[in-house]
Design a protein around this ligand. Sequence first.
Ligand code: NAP
Ligand code: 12T
Length: 347
Amino acid sequence: MKTRKTTAPQKMKKKSAYTVAVVGATGAVGTEMLSILEERTFPVEEVRPLASSRSAGGEVSFRGDDVTVKLLTRDSFRGVDIALFSAGAGVSKEYAPVAVEAGAVVIDNSSAWRMDPQVPLVVPEVNPYDLEKHQGIVANPNCSTIQMVVVLKPIHDHAGITRVVVSTYQSVSGTGKEAMDELAEQCRQLLGFGDVTSKVYPHQIAFNCLPHIDDFVSSGYTREEMKMVNETRKILGDPSIGISATTVRVPVFVGHAESINVETKNKLSVAETRAMLSTAPGVQLYDDPSRELYPLQVHAVGTDAVFVGRIREDESIPKGLNLWVVADNLRKGAALNAVQIAEELVK
Ligand code: NAP
Ligand code: 12T
């Protein structure tokens, strides 16, 4: 893993409005970043959309204006205060230090810097205090980690989590625009009784589930599963929590769901857990089985909350809970969390 040399914490200069670069502005996450900056009226003086030669020269829309997409180069960050990166780990590894050198604070959505001990890994509802020691780069956690820790944090504070077993049901938008096109195209092919072609995924994703997200590592887990383990421990600041993850791609366009089993030091009843989660920041309790109300991907799309329901005691152990957690992976799982970090930095 790459580490950066230690330097003094870098404070953001207070301004009435900021120059914000969006690296990967034409992608699934970048597009969402632009609309969330606009929606939340983040104080933007100038927005600078950056991408590869594939879309440089094209336009994106910001506050009703068409803004020209520029080619990402080493000179792209002159005058930039905040650089939101969402163009993959390779781009982040190469260009985040360039942006920091030019005086910007980088909020990086890729996996490039997350586990670097000098880089804070932040979910504002969970560990905003970790932002203080940043040295120019702040990392945004993985989408599946973010929605899980928003719910685990209050449980951990109240009852001490010892172990988590999680299975995910992740949408194709987590992979990006091409994967969304692939799911749509395969649905058309199958409903027309044609042959299915796969390019982005190794197998058919339409009407199918793939227990495979990101590359496999030698242990047999995938990188996505290990991100959930390592990032959760870093964010909760507790390396002693046992975590086991199985990450699964499902044929859903937007929204990730997770089945989470939690074991705690102290007993939590369903009523206590409901009461606690009903006031937790960023959490929306949606749990009324008598009216068939539980979180669903189709309801979470376009919203900001992390929805939790199906809260049950795990009757197989003395102190355990089962939860079903759903969020919009492009918003709270990526773009919204990044903009919330920017809001904390300029506060
Ligand atoms: P996407 O829809 O495929 O978009 C990729 C974006 O990156 C496009 O704007 C693309 O520009 C740009 N890009 C790619 N290569 C580039 C290069 N060499 N130089 C400059 N720009 C380049 O993907 P996405 O879903 O938005 O995801 C982008 C990245 O965000 C992912 O790779 C991942 O690292 C991160 N991500 C994080 C989370 C999370 O868990 N927090 C979730 C999803 C994604 P063109 O239009 O020019 O191709
Ligand atoms: N492979 O940010 O494919 O590390 O859903 C996020 C999502 C990597 C990441 C995905 C991925 C990341 C995916």
